[in-house]
Design a binder for this molecule. Structure first.
Ligand code: HEC
Length: 207
């Protein structure tokens, strides 16, 4: 008996089923999502240009290998950990290419880190040497994003205010490079403090 037609039909069904569920279904579910314009505000917000450059630094440095950007409610509540005010949904990532959701959490989730009381000075000290702000941290040092240079004339007002034990040689100062400035701008832009119809904040739904 010629088994050819059966093999063909079998393969066709398997491939058609895979395509329908793995390709077409996600496109139907979230491929058409767009931003919402509400009271002249765009949700999700557009990050300023410097933050966009900082996102590239974030990608280059591999920060995504230790940090997620997704507030989850399923495995332990990220809201209890004060990492976010509501669950992240697909629309939060509209316009992000790539969306740096991440899947490993060696450090805290960063989806809402810009809403924390961490100012740019804190972020710079933390990137320069995480031990300064967070003793015992296993986050690597990104001191190569900072220039150590001799003070010529007036010290720079951008120079880091290093605490005792971390100072550089007298007559020298540590100044953030443009990449470090952009990375900090990116951190400060990560703020999910707005509602979306499919994900109202818990206060709004009375939880
Ligand atoms: C080896 C894993 C690892 C890598 C890589 C890493 N981090 Fe971290 N990060 C941590 C850990 C652990 C903490 C918690 C302790 C601390 O604050 O240092 C942390 C904390 C942070 C915090 C403070 C968050 C908060 O809510 O307090 C920020 C911001 C941060 N990391 C940004 C970055 C950025 C940006 C990069 C890439 C340049 C990066 N991290 C790379 C492990 C990592």
């Amino acid at each position: 008996m010629n088994r050819g037609p059966f093999i063909f039909v079998g393969l066709f069904i398997v491939l058609a089923f895979s395509w329908a569920n793995l390709v077409n279904r996600p496109i139907q579910q979230s491929g058409q999502l767009s931003a919402i314009y509400d009271d002249s505000e765009r949700k999700p917000r557009i990050a300023p240009g410097a933050a966009d450059q900082g996102k590239l630094v974030y990608q280059q440095m591999g920060c995504v290998s230790c940090h997620t950007q997704q507030t989850r409610l399923t495995v332990g509540s990220d809201i209890d950990r004060a990492w976010g005010i509501r669950q992240s949904v697909a629309r939060d990532y509209v316009g992000q290419y790539p969306a740096l959701i991440g899947d490993r959490r060696i450090g805290p989730d960063l989806s809402n880190v810009g809403a924390k009381e961490l100012d740019s000075e804190w972020h710079h000290l933390h990137f320069y040497n995480s031990q300064i702000t967070s003793a015992g941290s296993n986050m690597p040092s990104y001191s190569f994003l900072y220039d150590v240079r001799p003070v010529i004339g007036q010290p720079s007002d951008r120079a880091l205010d290093l605490p005792e034990g971390y100072e550089v040689d007298p007559g020298y100062e540590v100044v953030p490079t443009r990449r470090a400035e952009a990375l900090v701008a990116y951190m400060l832009s990560l703020k999910v403090d707005y509602d979306l119809p499919e994900a109202p904040s818990p206060e709004k739904i009375g939880l």
